[in-house]
Each structure stands twice: as structure tokens, then as C-alpha cells.
Design a protein around this ligand. Structure first.
Ligand SMILES: *[C@@H]1O[C@H](CO)[C@@H](O)[C@H](O)[C@H]1NC(C)=O
Ligand SMILES: *[C@@H]1O[C@H](CO)[C@@H](O)[C@H](O)[C@H]1NC(C)=O
Ligand SMILES: *[C@@H]1O[C@H](CO)[C@@H](O)[C@H](O)[C@H]1NC(C)=O
Ligand SMILES: *[C@@H]1O[C@H](CO)[C@@H](O)[C@H](O)[C@H]1NC(C)=O
Length: 458
């Protein structure tokens, strides 16, 4: 058959083509900026709560690289006129318990940090109406919220999103919400990150009722308050325990205006460290070890069991591990500093002393300009080799001075300590530097000793 096209018809096609193009451009966002209002998470009040006026209302906010500063209210029924792009991965942020019904203030910062690293859809789950006031009730309702989120994910899947492209980031109780969403999808979701997953009422819960490694293809958790609001057991494939996971540097001193802020400082540290890690100024690597005590004694210094790749906090696939299959409930330890960007260098101090007749105490100090860190080491009569790990803001090659002080008080009574050697090394060692050692030092009580290290970084 011959196709016959007249000039008129060509013009007609051209007009149709132009109209389609215009429609596309419009839906691509020309003029959309003005049309979509910025939206925020809601608050709720004690009064609303008491009057039982609030049903479960889960709302969503969408952030993308096209609207990093202005969250859009997101309705799951239709993606038309939204910036949601089904061919991009989706991050779902889930907040936790809100004691006084106030909206979480960190949501935008986390969304923006995620968007800086990856071109994704960031959906924020606002479930403030069920998350406030009575913790035990909130815990009872967390699965309902998970169900709502799973309905959303189902809808998005129908529109073309892949299940493995979802990454849920849950803070505190939000981590267990994420876990239950994962359970609903029988572990086929791509990734779950738990930021100090809630402890109370979850620690002894069945794995089904809390976040666990079977909830997603890769589950990771950061623990910062496991003796109080956080959970103390490993719940992911990898679990980063910061400073042992209980108490965080800079949190004990009350530098927060409000009591509330002071109480949750440890708990919220996981979130701030995560945001900082996404900002990417320095690596936060966890070192596998059975316990924090062993870690602090320098018994775990490398990631050789992980093919030399230490798991790193952030967005790299499987936390940067090349191990296959990924481990389960692997405890990882790292020390951090008290403020952003939080990364510390792990300095191993090895001390050899001559046998003592009485117990004693030495203080080791490291100094670089105005930066100084001290650590006391108790010396016993039955051993002469000591190892301890310090968090230091600078690399080994930047350490300018090492100091030793005999801090043994009357209680110890050891007059002087003969130090055979004191050695410093950094781990996990990337460049296999030799330890820095100083030998044969006699430390008297009341007479501090110090030594300038002449070295350079290459
Ligand atoms: C939430 O409460 C804060 C402080 O009370 C108020 O400034 C803000 O407008 C409220 N937001 C919403 C969405 O109700
Ligand atoms: C949240 O707050 C906004 C404005 O303050 C209001 O329009 C909306 O209905 C609230 N959402 C719910 C679920 O009450
Ligand atoms: C969605 O993302 C894909 C891949 O990045 C891109 O090619 C496409 O243009 C995006 N769609 C819209 C409507 O922005
Ligand atoms: C991350 O970077 C942004 C922009 O540079 C900054 O505003 C924010 O404070 C940083 N957050 C942290 C925790 O480092």
C-alpha cells in the first residue's frame, strides 16, 4: 500500500507535534514551581490527643533535586504533576516517637543530605498523629503505620518503581516501622537504615516485631544510646556501635538549652552522624570486633576478615563491603569526636613497662598545636604490656608531641615507672606505616615527660 501525505496533513501533524511538545514541557515543570505550595510536617497537641480527635493519618512529603528546599505534599493516588520520577530510586524517611507532639526538625536536613549524594525521590512519612505522647500506645500503632507505608510502596511499584530500589531510613521507633514494612515485603526491599533503633519494648521482642536482618536485602544500624532509648542488640547485617553505642562524647555536659535536648542528645547522635557521613567530609569506618572492651584494648585493628574493606557509614552499596555473602548482626566499633564531622583517627598506644612492685597509673597525652588528648592507664604488677585506643582529631603523622605523666596518687604508691617503650600506630592502617616508638623513659611522680615527634605526612 502506498502512503500518501498531503502538505495540509503535514502541517496538521506539525501542529499536533507542537501541542504535544508544549504539553510535555508544561508537565516537565515549566510553571510548576509556582503552582505547588511548599508543605511541612504537622504538629499535634495534647488536647487533640486527649479528645481522641486524631485518627491514624499518614501524610507524605516529597523532596527531589528539583525541590530540595520546598517539600511537596505527596498523594499516592497519582504521580501526575509531581516531581516523583519512577526511574529513580526512592528513599523513605520515617521519624520516631514524638514525646510532645512537635514535628521533627531534622527532616529537611536529612532529605537534602541524601539528595546531595544521589538523584532520588525522598519521601518523608509524617505520622505525627500516632507518634506522640504515650510511648506504649505509639509502639502498639507502629505496625499500622508500616501497613500504610506498604500500601504506598505497592502503589509506586504498580507505577514502575522496583522494590529493590527502595531504601527506608528509620529514626528510633521509625527503624522498627521500616522493619515491619520490610517484613510485609518479605525482605525484598533494597535497604533499611536504622538510626539508633528504639530499645524500650523492642529489645526482648521477637525478630518479627522489630528490625532484623531478614527485613531487607541489606540492613544496617547505627547505635548511639543503647543503654537508654536505643536497642543494645545487633539488628542488621552490620551494626555500627559509636563509642561503644551507649554514651556519646559531648553529650554528658549540658550544652543544650532544654532538658529535652539534653536527654535525647545520645539518641539523636546517630542521625547527626549519618547526615554528616552523607556530607562526606571524612570516612566513618567501623571495625569488626566482638565487644567494645576488646576494641578499646586494641584487639581488633583491621578488616582483614572483610577482605580489607571496612564497612563505612553512608550510602555505598552494602556499606562498602565486598564480602559475599554479607555477614549478619556483625558488630562494628568506631570512636567519634563530639561535633560534626565527628570522624576520629584511631590511635593505638602500646606501652611496655618494667615489672612493678606496686600498682601505678600513667597518663598518656598526645598533642598537635592546640589539640590535646589524654588517657589514663592503670598499671598492675602482673603484666607489663598495655594497649589502649584513643580517638584523635588528627592523623598519626600529624601528632607533634607525646607526653607521659605519672599520675599515681597516694593510693598507688609506686614512686617511678620505667617505660621500656611507648609506641603509637593508627588503625585501620591504610598505608601500613611503622609504629612511632620512643624507648627507655623513666617517669617520676610529679615530673612529666614529653617528646616532640619529628615527622611528616606523605
Ligand atoms: C507547629 O508548631 C509550631 C510551633 O508551635 C508552629 O510554629 C508551626 O506553624 C506549626 N506547624 C503546623 C504545620 O501546624
Ligand atoms: C496539617 O496541617 C495543615 C496546615 O496546618 C492542614 O491543612 C492539614 O489538614 C493538616 N493535616 C492533618 C492530617 O490534619
Ligand atoms: C527521570 O529520570 C530519568 C533517569 O535519570 C531521566 O532520563 C528522565 O528524564 C527523568 N524524567 C523526568 C520527567 O524528569
Ligand atoms: C551538611 O552540609 C550542609 C551544606 O554544606 C550543611 O548545611 C550541614 O550543616 C551539614 N551537616 C552536617 C551534619 O555536617
Amino acid at each position: 500500500m502506498r502512503l500518501f501525505v498531503s502538505t495540509e496533513m503535514l502541517w496538521g501533524f506539525r501542529w499536533i507535534f507542537l501541542c504535544v511538545l508544549m504539553a510535555c514541557l508544561t508537565s516537565l515543570g515549566f510553571g510548576m514551581e509556582e503552582n505547588i505550595e511548599c508543605s511541612d510536617l504537622n504538629n499535634t497537641t495534647w488536647q487533640q490527643f486527649r479528645q481522641h480527635k486524631v485518627k491514624l493519618q499518614v501524610q507524605y512529603l516529597l523532596f527531589t533535586r528539583r525541590n530540595v528546599d520546598c517539600g511537596h505534599a505527596f498523594r499516592q493516588e497519582s504521580l501526575i504533576n509531581t516531581y516523583f520520577n519512577v526511574s529513580h530510586p526512592t528513599k523513605v524517611i520515617i521519624h520516631g516517637f514524638r514525646a510532645i507532639g512537635s514535628k521533627p526538625t531534622w527532616v529537611k536536613e536529612l532529605a537534602q543530605a541524601l539528595l546531595r549524594v544521589e538523584d532520588v525521590n525522598v519521601l518523608v512519612v509524617d505520622w505525627i498523629y500516632r507518634a506522640s505522647f504515650a510511648y506504649n500506645l505509639v509502639v502498639q500503632h507502629h505496625k499500622e503505620v508500616a501497613l500504610q507505608v506498604s500500601i504506598l510502596i505497592n502503589q509506586l511499584q504498580k507505577q514502575g518503581c522496583k522494590l529493590e530500589s527502595f531504601h527506608l531510613v528509620g529514626v528510633s521507633l521509625g527503624a522498627h516501622v521500616a522493619g515491619f514494612v520490610g517484613t510485609i515485603f518479605t525482605g525484598r526491599i533494597g535497604r533499611i537504615t536504622g538510626l539508633d533503633p528504639a530499645g524500650p519494648m523492642f529489645k526482648r521482642a521477637d525478630a518479627y516485631d522489630r528490625l532484623d536482618p531478614s527485613d531487607a536485602q541489606f540492613v544496617e544500624a547505627i547505635h548511639t544510646d543503647s543503654d537508654y532509648f536505643g536497642i543494645s542488640i545487633p539488628v542488621g547485617h552490620v551494626d555500627f556501635f559509636l563509642n561503644g553505642g551507649k554514651d556519646q562524647t559531648g553529650c554528658s555536659r549540658s550544652r543544650f538549652a532544654s532538658m529535652y535536648g539534653y536527654v535525647i542528645c545520645d539518641h539523636m547522635r546517630a542521625l547527626h552522624v549519618y547526615i554528616s557521613a552523607l556530607n562526606g567530609s571524612c570516612p566513618l569506618m567501623g571495625i569488626p570486633c566482638d565487644s567494645y572492651e576488646e576494641f578499646l584494648k586494641g584487639q581488633c585493628l583491621n578488616c582483614d576478615d572483610f577482605k580489607g574493606k571496612c564497612p563505612t557509614i553512608g550510602l555505598s552499596e552494602n556499606s562498602g563491603m565486598v564480602l559475599s555473602p554479607v555477614p549478619k548482626e556483625q558488630k562494628l566499633f568506631l570512636l567519634t569526636l563530639s561535633s560534626s564531622p565527628f570522624c576520629a583517627h584511631h590511635i593505638l598506644v602500646e606501652l611496655k613497662v618494667s615489672p612493678l612492685e606496686k600498682s601505678a597509673e600513667l597518663e598518656v597525652g598526645l598533642r598537635t598545636g592546640r589539640v590535646a588528648v589524654q588517657q589514663r592507664i592503670g598499671l598492675r604488677t602482673d603484666t607489663s604490656l598495655y594497649r589502649t585506643v584513643l580517638a584523635y582529631p588528627e592523623a598519626l603523622c600529624q601528632i607533634g608531641t607525646i607526653e607521659l605523666r605519672n599520675t599515681g596518687s597516694r593510693f598507688y604508691r609506686q614512686g617511678q615507672v620505667q617505660v621500656k617503650s611507648v609506641c603509637l600506630s593508627e588503625f585501620p592502617s591504610l598505608r601500613r606505616e611503622k609504629p612511632l616508638c620512643v624507648i627507655n623513659i623513666n617517669i617520676r611522680r610529679g615530673t612529666p615527660w614529653s617528646h616532640d615527634l619529628i615527622q611528616a605526612c606523605f
